[in-house]
Ligand binder design. Structure first.
Ligand SMILES: *Cc1c(COP(=O)(O)O)cnc(C)c1O
Length: 367
């Protein structure tokens, strides 16, 4: 049996005609930049996910860049971020000129360690970027309180958590802004790159829009030098089509995760448990094994794809050595990075396929 980690083919083929119509509509209108398609997607997304204001942009990394710029964060500032995330959370901090301060996680939940947050905060700390990693909500109310008490901006990286909720409130609406990615492999993916910022603060979204579009409110009048981080009308139009299926796809992801939970919990593996008051959306399904190389080889032989998210924690990346980060500084995130494995998960994954994956784990993997 051949099982990919993510199957983009099924969705794209099933929606082929609808997507082609969306592309035709943009072509016929010739409104390729800004304009009605981007505005429609911003509205559609808010209506489904929640949040008050939105600004489309070029990708999930630039979404964070734009928020940092709109908040005026830069040189001599520090920004806290989890040590176990995709580099796209950290690069915007470097680009802004601020210092990225990595924070370790808790062993059980993989969520930010409050002890380490306390240790890492300083008089220079301006923001915390919390990541709802794997489509599981961070302990976001606690982080919100902590940020408020310390007068630090809370930014939520929701690149893996479209439609995820905490206490029945959408992620991305707890902090000053939430950022999304529509990279093709995300829960909602474009046919290319795209991103979005949401916020309940209109002024912030207006600033984000200016930072995304040459520092202007109107044509040829530039209030500051900003650059171009706009969302394509073509991607916006495609995303409005795919958005109609996101609830259904998300429900299927949750069912797949429940089936994995049901089978694997009997085998003694460490599974990630979502916070009771949250609704996870399972961008990834991650477990720990102690013999990962052996398991990955067995998967490979059986035609099953697997992944590691992420194999190298930020402090061990050559990209951040310039800040004095090195191996051995982050006990939990480094330990976990050697044990985690991501199993295939996508809406169309079938029960027989889940059983097949779990059968290999039961034979080859040790908890
Ligand atoms: C994908 C991702 C990003 C970056 O999004 P791009 O659209 O690829 O730039 C940032 N943070 C996290 C957690 C991600 O998973």
């Amino acid at each position: 049996m051949k099982i990919p980690l993510v199957d983009l083919q099924v969705q794209t083929s099933a929606l082929r005609n609808e997507l082609l119509n969306a592309v035709s509509e943009v072509m016929d209108s010739c409104q390729f930049i800004q304009g009605p398609f981007v505005e429609r997607f911003e509205e559609d997304f808010l209506a489904l996910h929640g949040g008050e204001f939105a600004a489309g942009c070029s990708n999930g990394t630039s979404a964070i860049t734009l928020v940092l710029r709109a908040l005026g964060i830069g040189r001599n500032d520090e920004v806290l971020i989890p040590n176990n995330t995709f580099i796209g959370t950290a690069e915007p901090v470097v680009e802004s000129g601020a210092m990225p301060i990595f924070v370790d996680i808790e062993r059980e939940s993989y969520r930010l360690s409050l002890v380490d947050l306390e240790r890492k905060k300083s008089s220079k700390t301006k923001a915390l970027i919390a990541v709802h990693l794997y489509g599981l909500s961070e302990n976001i109310e606690v982080l919100k309180d902590w940020c408020e008490a310390n007068e630090i901006f809370l930014i939520e990286d929701c690149a893996q958590s479209h439609l995820c909720r905490f206490s029945d409130r959408p992620v991305g609406t707890f902090g000053v802004a939430g950022t999304f990615s529509f990279y093709p492999g995300k829960n909602l993916g474009a046919l290319g790159d795209a991103g979005l910022v949401i916020s309940n603060n209109r002024e912030l979204i207006e600033k984000v829009k200016m930072w995304a579009d040459h520092g202007r409110r109107k044509k040829y009048f530039h209030e500051f030098s900003a650059g171009n981080y706009r969302m394509d009308a073509l991607q916006a139009s495609i995303l409005s089509v795919k958005l109609r299926y996101l609830t259904e796809w998300t429900n299927r992801r949750v069912e797949v995760a429940r089936e994995y939970d049901r089978i694997l919990s009997k085998m003694g593996f460490k599974l990630l448990k979502p916070i009771p008051s949250s609704s996870p959306v399972y961008h990834l399904y991650v477990i720990e094994v102690s013999n990962r190389e052996q398991v990955r080889q067995a998967f490979k032989n059986a035609g099953v794809a697997s992944g590691i998210h992420y194999p190298v924690p930020l402090n061990c990346q050559p990209a951040f050595q310039q800040y004095g980060y090195q191996k051995g500084q982050f006990e939990v995130s480094e330990y976990v990075a050697d044990r985690i494995i991501s199993l295939p998960i996508f809406p169309e994954l079938e029960k027989t396929e889940i059983a097949y994956v779990c059968d290999i784990l039961s034979k080859e993997a040790t908890p």
